[in-house]
Ligand binder design. Structure first.
Ligand code: CA
Ligand code: CA
Ligand code: CA
Length: 634
């Protein structure tokens, strides 16, 4: 046996069982099997003078056993680790501060050959107008790119992922894309949006998703939540360059952009699932894992046993979504670098983190620290899908909770208030349910930062609630845009779009497609009812922008009855008083507030509010509200 072949077989023997039939293969083929091959480098680039240096690369390929990575043009390789199968290689790359941006391919050498791992040093984006964070001064707009507007029909049925496009199937791609968003930035700016949250733009599977079939029918990952490549952009939506253009144009128009990231799980079709970089990459494996119990309350429960918490943290979502194991330092490092990479490449201002509770808060602590070290103004918001403020507040960062962990997450979505809004404004329950929910604000460090909403992509639309009307939706918007928090509007709710449970709540925005019979992006294309909601929302966003107390003021309850509520928003610049009648009869609401004179009404529902010796009264028709501006008087 020639020396070289013996060596190949010896090295391969440590990797794989060599099936006897392989010995029948021609010699050249057997040698070729062991030649190193590189198929993927993650991240594909990094920067000089970054807070993370060295950067740790994950290189995918084959024949990597015994590989060495040579230093290249000043880049220094260290900390090499190769998995048992020789299919993944981890390496630290130290980047000298003085290195110029450009291409710095790495040589991966084994005794059987050399492969090249492409790697670039990128030019950093200027921080001016980027990485800005978001705050209660903003109005966030959540949209699902596939369902908003189709700006480029050429990517509706891409060559690498054909057959997933069908506008008649609400679980297939509909053709909306990044260009469609760019085309409608003017629409968003026009009605007062100052920040966008797009559902994930990661590359998702290129084939039908049969592992999450519904009713026996395959689905697609049009929603973006099943990545097969943490460093790729979904081809139905566009390219990385187009995403950068979208963010640049949004910034130029005065709008921030929040990225939707998903660190908890990947698609069941991610190549890692069949060939993980290491045995501990996931919590378990496709054939042997814990199912998700959804009991996120146990994480905030000092009495919960370890096994209860582990089921939540390590379980596979829906028994099918591979659960990343952030307890493995390689996974944690990969995900932290990935978060930094997107922000650095695209210029995002904030991150919305999916399924936050399902990842250990000790990880979020490290993740948040790394992000803030590089981007101090960046803001993060976590999805904690729970109606109990005692649970949601537990995941807010800024303080160590009973377990000694500070998540570092800036804020969370205000699901408790969302549930109360639906109960009260759509279903007609007593308005004090909302007031009582906000009464729990002492549980939060920064209740004003909470992201508030009356609908989003995981729940049926407001207009699909039994009893919902346009008047009631308008009332809910009045509350949303005048109360504490960072308000968020779910695309289509501004025109009262109907829609039941997912995916019916993700209907195409009317007019986003050339072939649509009408265009609700324009006033002429809206129905009377849609115009009523839209014009109201636009008026409210303008008032919120104009009247600083509505954004930053303390919220003071002045009067609460079964169906009426008056509250003040008070800051150094003055006071704004909001009165709401959620009842089916007209109501008189007494206002007692330490102020004098006339507060001008802003919605044209009533006249001004006159306060004499700190007392006044407003008279509101059924299902109506008024906003009184006391800022100019002071
Ligand atoms: Ca398209
Ligand atoms: Ca894809
Ligand atoms: Ca998990």
């Amino acid at each position: 046996m020639p020396f070289k072949l013996r060596k190949v077989l010896r090295s391969r023997r440590t990797l794989f069982f060599i099936p006897p039939w392989s010995l029948l293969l021609p010699l050249a083929v057997r040698i070729a099997l062991a030649t190193p091959v590189v198929t993927k480098v993650e991240p594909p680039n990094w920067w000089t003078d970054h807070s993370v240096n060295p950067v740790r690369l994950l290189i995918r390929g084959s024949g990597l056993t015994g590989a060495e990575v040579s230093d290249s043009a000043g880049l220094r390789a260290s900390g090499l680790r190769i998995n048992a199968a020789g299919t993944y290689l981890f390496v630290d790359i130290t980047i000298p501060r003085t290195l110029r941006p450009g291409s710095y391919p790495l040589q991966i050498r084994t005794s059987d050959g050399t492969a090249v791992a492409p790697f670039d040093i990128a030019t950093p984006l200027s921080p001016t107008g980027r990485f800005q964070g978001f705050s209660p001064d903003d109005v966030i707009y959540l949209l699902m790119p596939d369902r908003f507007a189709n700006g480029d029909p050429a990517n509706d049925d891409p060559a690498i992922s054909p057959g997933l496009f069908d506008r008649k199937n609400n679980r297939f791609y509909h053709g909306g894309d990044l260009q469609g968003i760019i085309d409608h930035l003017g629409y968003l700016k026009n009605f007062g949006v100052t920040a966008l949250w797009l559902t994930p733009v990661y590359d998702n599977t290129n084939a039908l998703n049969r592992r999450q079939a519904v009713g026996g029918e395959p689905v697609t990952d049009y929603h973006g939540y099943g990545t097969i490549d943490y460093y790729g952009v979904e081809e139905h939506l566009g390219t990385l360059n187009l995403l950068r253009k979208l963010v640049d144009e949004a910034h130029n128009a005065g709008m921030k952009v929040i990225q939707d990231q998903v660190a908890n799980h990947v698609s069941p079709y991610h190549p890692w699932v069949t060939h993980p970089p290491e045995p501990t990459w996931f919590h378990g494996s496709a054939s042997n894992h814990v199912n998700e119990t959804w009991q996120i309350w146990t994480l905030a429960d000092p009495h919960a046993g370890v096994q209860l918490r582990r089921a939540v943290l390590d379980g596979w979502f829906g028994d099918v979504l591979p659960d990343m194991n952030q307890d493995d330092p390689e996974v944690a490092r990969y995900e932290i670098q990935n978060a930094l990479w997107w922000v650095g490449m695209v210029g995002f201002d904030g991150i919305r983190q999916d399924t936050l509770p399902y990842v250990a808060r000790s990880f979020w602590s490290d993740w948040s620290t790394a992000l803030k070290r590089k981007y101090p103004k960046l803001r993060t918001v976590g999805e904690v899908f729970d109606s109990n403020p005692a649970v949601t507040s537990f995941f807010e960062g800024g303080v160590k909770r009973f377990d000694g962990v500070d998540s570092g997450i800036d804020t969370v979505f205000d699901f408790p208030t969302y549930y109360a809004i639906r109960d009260v404004f759509a279903r007609g329950n007593s308005i004090d349910l909302v007031a009582k929910t906000l009464a729990q604000d002492r549980l939060y460090l920064h209740p004003k930062a909470l992201v508030t909403f009356l609908g989003l992509h995981d729940v049926a639309r407001f207009m699909n609630e039994t009893g919902a009307t346009v008047e009631k939706l308008k009332l809910a918007f009045t509350f949303l845009l005048t109360s504490r928090g960072t308000p968020m509007i779910y695309y289509g709710d501004e025109i009262g779009l109907p829609g039941g449970d997912d995916p019916d709540n993700r209907r195409d925005f009317p007019g986003g497609w050339k072939e649509d019979t009408r265009n609700a992006f324009e006033a002429s294309g809206r129905t009377v009812q849609e115009a009523a909601v839209f014009d109201h929302v636009r008026k409210l966003t303008a008032l919120r922008a104009k009247l600083e107390p509505l954004r930053r003021g303390e919220m003071i309850d002045l009067a609460v009855t079964k169906q009426t509520w008056a509250y003040a928003r008070q800051s150094a610049s003055g006071t704004v008083i909001v009165a709401i009648n959620n009842g089916s009869d007209p109501a008189d609401i007494p206002i007692h507030f330490r102020s004098e004179g006339l507060l001008h009404s802003q919605l044209g529902v009533t006249g001004g509010l006159v306060l004499r010796s700190g007392s006044g009264e407003v008279h509101l028709p059924a299902y109506s509200a008024e906003i009184y501006d006391g800022t100019r008087a002071r």
